[in-house]
Design a protein around this ligand. Structure first.
Ligand SMILES: Cc1cc2nc3c(=O)[nH]c(=O)nc-3n(C[C@H](O)[C@H](O)[C@H](O)CO)c2cc1C
Ligand SMILES: Nc1c(NC[C@H](O)[C@H](O)[C@H](O)CO)[nH]c(=O)[nH]c1=O
Length: 215
């Protein structure tokens, strides 16, 4: 479990093939700010751009850790197959403040930036999401973009899917990789857990109960 409050920007320094075909995953070597791994142990979960990964090796003194990403996870996520900056979040501890919203670390879909420009003292970010995620996007609902917990300010259905808009404050840009986004950038999306349950309840209510089924 995560909250979507990014705690550091790391860097994917090396991407190693774990086999010689597309069915194989990759090992990523990631560096972090000094001290970031001091409370991390082998097997801990760290989200990379919103995708939960398991620490398979680490050197806290060198501020470096490795994860293995499966071919399946590579297929379902964006940007984790190449060197570059990544948003990092360690898994939630019971005593932590829930500053964002509840995030599982399972990427639900890949969106594409359709607009990113300054507006007043902040920035407007618009993202085109796949049609399958449209039922989970709502005005003032929560969404995770590249692992960052954000508030949806507008949603509209378009022929290619569902476009939503977010207001990004300077603090969020400065502390996340969202500062590097451009029109056309692909981003990992995770929809709000509550929206997922509401959609499922509505789906079940619309269906007649099976014979012998009790409420
Ligand atoms: C606790 C947890 C740990 C995970 N660890 C890994 C991992 O080490 N490697 C991987 O390829 N996928 C892992 N996943 C799955 C990965 O996050 C998922 O495939 C993508 O987010 C796409 O939905 C993990 C998921 C969770 C919830
Ligand atoms: N909800 C919005 C946020 N939230 C704060 C960020 O999640 C946080 O700054 C980031 O994870 C770094 O720690 N920020 C926005 O700019 N816009 C929102 O709607």
């Amino acid at each position: 479990m995560f909250t979507g409050i990014i705690t550091a920007i790391g860097h994917i320094r090396a991407v190693h093939a774990l086999g010689d075909s597309a069915a194989h995953g990759k090992r990523l070597d990631i560096t972090t700010p000094a001290g970031y791994l001091d409370d991390v142990a082998l097997g801990d979960s760290i989200a990379l751009n919103g995708a939960c990964m398991t620490v398979t090796a680490f050197d806290a003194a060198a501020a470096q850790f490795s994860i293995e990403i499966s071919a399946e996870s590579l297929r379902l996520t964006a940007g984790l197959d190449q060197p570059g900056p990544v948003n990092l979040e360690k898994a939630l501890r019971a005593a932590d403040r829930l500053g964002g919203h509840i995030v599982s670390g399972h990427v639900d879909g890949i969106g594409q930036v359709s607009h990113f420009a300054p507006v007043g003292e902040s920035h407007e970010l618009r993202i085109l999401a796949p049609q399958a995620l449209a039922p989970f996007l709502a005005y003032k609902g929560s969404i995770t973009v590249q692992g960052v917990s954000l508030t949806v300010n507008a949603v509209r259905d378009v022929p290619q899917g569902c476009e939503f808009s977010i207001n990004l404050i300077a603090h969020t840009l400065a502390h996340t990789t969202l500062q590097y986004l451009q029109t056309g950038s692909r981003v990992n999306l995770e929809v709000d857990l509550m929206a997922r349950y509401v959609a499922r309840m509505l789906e079940c209510q619309a269906r007649p109960a099976a014979p012998g089924q009790t409420p």
